[in-house]
Design a protein. Structure first.
Length: 83
């Protein structure tokens, strides 16, 4: 999964949208592990596609649980003008 995170970042992706809780958790935990064990920090945010859909529909980030994501997306989403 670290290769996926690095490939996404290297290609200019800022977000990986997931649909699967296992994939979401795995990607976020690999980000944490890569930084702790290898000193590799990726900036790609991991967000459920349903969270993005909810934002598009006008639901508040807190109601969508975005604050619970390990890859802190709140500031990123504010910077992009999404929230």
């Amino acid at each position: 999964m670290l290769n996926l995170l690095q490939a996404a970042e290297d290609s200019g992706a800022e977000v990986i949208a997931t649909e699967c809780p296992t994939c979401h958790s795995g990607l976020e935990m690999h980000q944490v592990r890569a930084e702790k064990e290898f000193g590799i920090k990726t900036q790609v945010k991991v967000i459920y596609f349903t969270q993005l859909l909810g934002l598009a529909m006008g639901l508040p980030p807190r109601k969508l649980g975005i604050h619970e994501n390990v890859s802190d997306s709140i500031d990123f989403l504010k910077e992009k003008g999404v929230i």
